[in-house]
Write a protein that binds this ligand. Structure first.
Ligand code: DAK
Length: 258
């Protein structure tokens, strides 16, 4: 499918999805969200794809939902139309890992999109924020929920109430991002991480994603039980035999996702 607001490139088992609305700092409008959801569903279905990377431009990952698109909407428009919900649900249905490579602004819905990904690698120029309060609204797709789980109540309150931006160093210190790299190295580092993941057994990779995400949904006791059971179940795979044999034979494992 030809896209207008994103660019998709599949190479070496990695689907790279670049948000592409340069005149609007990659603000998320209905078309972009729909195309992104479509591209992610395609990447999920494509057997060649083993990891997905979402990125923006050097200046902006995404500066939020498109304010010009939203400004005239009524309660009924956004409630009955359920703005962005099907697309956000689609992103959350993807079972393959998704890395957000963030440079520049990740604000509002942009910060929320990055947090929907499995982890975030950012450049030293990145700026995260939930400035919706300045527009007379509040975060709507995770800014009060995912951000609180990631950085804790105090910083989540601070960011959502004051609308201030968090720089890359603070984002790493707070646990919002996994790595900070110099701006010029962002894609090299992120694609390197994606390539590492792509080498693994997809069965184990998808199990890790399910298990870590389960930790947000359940008690520690239930989460540990889930983890133990999926650990046990991986002994039914050929990849477990291959991975452990390869270690003992001092060679690289050849996983077959079986
Ligand atoms: N929407 C639309 N256009 C935007 C935009 C945005 N969020 N952010 C930037 N732009 C546009 C600017 O209007 C400008 O366009 P022109 O005037 O040239 O036509 C162009 O991008 C360049 O921006 P600036 O001239 O402002 O550039 P600066 O470097 O001076 O400033 C900035 C960059 C990112 C600090 C600034 O543009 C800014 O503050 N942008 C707004 C950031 C913001 O408030 N983000 C939160 C948006 S509200 C929902 C769930 C979630 C949401 C909505 C619904 N549902 C579940 C229903 C999410 C809401 C949000 O994200």
């Amino acid at each position: 499918m030809a896209y207008e607001t994103i660019i998709v490139d599949v190479e070496d088992h990695i689907a790279l999805v670049k948000l592409n609305r340069p005149d609007a700092m990659n603000a998320l409008n209905a078309e972009l969200m729909s195309e992104l959801a479509h591209a992610l569903a395609d990447a999920q279905a494509n057997e060649k794809v083993r990891c997905i990377v979402i990125t923006g431009s050097e200046k902006a990952f995404a500066a939020g939902a498109d304010i010009k698109m939203m400004s005239d909407k009524s309660f009924v428009d956004v409630f009955a139309g359920d703005l962005f919900t099907p697309e956000a649900d689609q992103i959350m249905r993807v079972r393959k890992p998704i890395i957000a490579a963030v440079s520049g602004y990740a604000l509002g819905g942009g910060c929320e999109l990055a947090m929907m990904c499995d982890f975030i690698i950012c450049s030293d120029t990145a700026k995260f924020g939930q400035p919706e309060i300045n527009l007379g609204v509040v975060a709507g797709i995770g800014g009060t929920q995912r951000l609180t789980r990631l950085v804790g109540k105090s910083k989540a309150m601070d960011m959502n109430l004051t609308g201030r931006f968090m720089d890359a160093e603070e984002a790493e210190r707070s646990g919002l991002v996994s790595r900070v790299v110099p701006c010029k190295k962002l894609m090299e580092e992120t694609m390197g991480a994606a390539a590492k993941i792509a080498e693994k057994s997809m069965i184990s990779v998808m199990v890790v994603k399910e298990a870590v995400n389960r930790s947000y949904e359940t008690t520690l006791r239930e989460g540990l039980l889930f983890e133990r059971r999926v650990f046990h179940s991986l002994f039914a795979t050929e990849d477990q035999k291959e991975g452990m044999s390869a270690f003992m034979e001092k060679r690289a494992a050849q996983f077959r996702d079986k």
